[in-house]
Design a binder for this molecule. Structure first.
Ligand SMILES: C[S@@+](CC[C@H](N)C(=O)[O-])C[C@H]1O[C@@H](n2cnc3c(N)ncnc32)[C@H](O)[C@@H]1O
Length: 287
């Protein structure tokens, strides 16, 4: 931290902090697991951070350049939090990636069995070489299936489906892919990476009177879940729709296509809502 830096307040999230697995630097063919640089003042998914130590990433060599394929940045870690909190019973995870989500759910006592669907053999080989499964509490619960998640049909009831098989946050195909997976899997509850974008964009398209923030309500989130036909996570959480607004607004603010004036305006709106939503319950609780 440079001397004299103004620190962000610590905004407490309504979900437990995630655990980050240890990795080691490994190369296999065109794939490599390597540290991701540390940094000062980094935007997470729901909130800004002060100093963040290095994370890890999987990179792939394409035409002599190492391209980042997957990484564990504060944005990645935080965006998984509601889905980690929701996992219970028999869970299907579509997309192994670096196994960060898996690492967090198998250690939960209420998670009894986890079926992971991953189509890329190279990702699985790299992951197996770069982790120490002895340090993965609950690893015996894991069943790994290599293949296309779309083809998977369980012959038993599934309590929770988590889908993350696309590379970009807010991918426009994410909802449809999740709906296709759920048609086969029929889980009791479902979460998908970046689902906050689908909710907020659906609501904006309705052109409701009032601001986007004022329409990010629990009633509208329940309408969204009905509209998309998915039993999505966080339906009973009164703060979640506003936090979804915060996440989408912050991620939009830091997008390279947004100019400096809009960035300032969006960040201002998002941090105002974040402050209110996260601190109000705690402040009201003070005796
Ligand atoms: C963004 S990563 C998932 C990150 C993961 N949530 C984590 O915690 O590290 C997406 C993963 O989905 C895999 N994938 C993409 N399409 C798939 C499909 N149709 N079926 C199964 N896996 C797929 C990719 O190979 C990649 O490993």
């Amino acid at each position: 931290m440079t001397k004299g830096t103004i620190l962000f307040p610590h905004y407490p999230l309504p979900w437990p902090d995630p655990f980050v697995p240890s990795y080691k630097t490994v190369s296999i063919g065109k794939w490599k697991c390597t540290p991701y640089p540390s940094g000062d003042r980094i935007m997470g998914y729901w909130r800004p951070h002060n100093f963040v130590p290095n994370g890890w990433m999987f990179v792939q060599k394409v035409k002599n350049n190492w391209l980042k394929w997957m990484s564990l940045t504060p944005m990645e870690l935080e965006s998984h939090q509601p889905h980690i909190a929701a996992a219970k019973g028999v869970v299907v995870v579509a997309g192994l990636g670096m196994g960060f989500y898996l690492y967090n759910i198998i250690r939960k006592p209420e998670v009894t069995r986890v079926i992971v669907l991953e189509k890329d053999k190279n990702v699985v080989s790299l992951w197996k070489r770069t982790i120490d499964t002895n340090q993965w509490m609950g690893f015996r619960k894991v069943e790994l299936i290599i293949g296309d998640a779309h083809a998977y049909k369980p012959g038993f009831p599934v309590d929770f489906l988590y889908a993350d098989i696309w590379s970009h946050l807010g991918d426009q195909d994410a909802l449809e892919i999740t709906q296709r997976l759920q048609a086969n899997i029929q889980a009791k509850e479902v979460g998908f990476w970046g689902q906050e974008f689908d909710f907020i964009h659906w609501m904006m398209a309705l052109k409701l009177p009032g601001s986007v923030e004022s329409n990010a309500t629990q009633a509208n989130y329940l309408r969204f879940c009905q509209h998309v036909g998915l039993p999505l996570v966080e339906q009973h959480h009164k703060r979640y729709p506003k936090l979804a607004y915060v996440a989408v607004t912050l991620q939009t603010a830091i997008s390279p296509s947004v100019n400096a004036a809009d960035r300032a305006k969006l960040t201002h709106f998002a941090l105002g809502t974040l402050q209110t939503e996260l601190l109000i319950d705690r402040a009201l609780d003070v005796k």
